[in-house]
Design a protein around this ligand. Structure first.
Ligand SMILES: C[S@@+](CC[C@H](N)C(=O)[O-])C[C@H]1O[C@@H](n2cnc3c(N)ncnc32)[C@H](O)[C@@H]1O
Length: 228
């Protein structure tokens, strides 16, 4: 099914400083953590709470880690990203594919075939987020959801202007606006501080702030219409 895409951003807001192919930027694997231990622990706890073990999970814009609880086996975990070596190393992925989402937005997945899509520190690099949000609505099963998580850092040159110009609150509102414009019901917003792990945390040091936007696909089409 081809999806209808409702534009939200203007051309200027899609502009990024480094306009070279994103595949070049991600050509070499980065076996590093993009987010600190406090953020990752909060994210894993959220996944444990929200994702049922029988779920088909899509980790969109993934790397060598998916942050899922190690002791939970899901029906299937599908990974997507830009670096083959990172994805091949990720122990949670049953399958994966490579696709530059700033060039091609259509996802190679069937309608209503995914229960939960994860996107961690990825939305900030999307230049066509409306088309991705519309595709996510198409592939998500009724009752399923997307969990979009991020913190307050980025590869600045690779983020479009809508992201580089905004603060944390604007980022949350912007993601929600794009999702709702494509037919998702108003999402749940999370904004939390975290404590640095270990003694520094006991002394009051903060970890990476935790932000998430969680949108659920209604069970029936009629429910979806009522929310618009
Ligand atoms: C900061 S990393 C986060 C990776 C992973 N989600 C994690 O938690 O470690 C950003 C990821 O976004 C993905 N990405 C960035 N630009 C992309 C693009 N144009 N198309 C597809 N994926 C992209 C890459 O796979 C990259 O690994």
């Amino acid at each position: 099914m081809r999806v209808m895409v409702v534009p939200v951003l203007g051309d200027q807001e899609r502009f990024k400083l480094d306009r070279s192919d994103d595949a070049l930027f991600y050509a070499e694997p980065r076996f590093v953590h993009h987010l600190d231990g406090a953020f990752r622990a909060r994210l894993t706890a959220l996944y444990r709470q929200r994702i049922p073990p029988c779920a088909v999970v899509l980790d969109l814009m993934s790397s060598w880690v998916s942050h899922l609880p190690e002791d939970v086996a899901y029906e299937r975990v599908i990974g997507h990203g830009l670096n083959k070596q990172e994805l091949a190393t990720n122990p949670r992925l049953d399958q994966h594919w490579i696709q530059n989402l700033n060039i091609e937005q259509q996802l190679p997945l069937a309608d209503a075939s995914v229960d939960v899509t994860l996107m961690v520190a990825g939305w900030q690099y999307l230049q066509q987020p409306e088309a991705i949000a519309a595709e996510l609505l198409r592939i998500t099963r009724p009752g399923g959801e997307v969990i979009i998580a991020f913190s307050n850092r980025m590869f600045f040159q690779k983020a479009p202007q809508i992201w580089t110009d905004g603060g944390d609150r604007e980022h949350l509102d912007y993601i929600a606006k794009v999702l709702v414009a494509q037919g998702w019901p108003p999402p749940t917003i999370m904004a939390e501080s975290t404590s640095a792990p270990g003694p520094m945390g006991w002394l009051g040091a903060k970890g990476d702030p935790f932000f998430a936007v969680i949108a659920s696909r209604p069970l029936k089409p009629a429910d979806r219409l009522q929310t618009r």
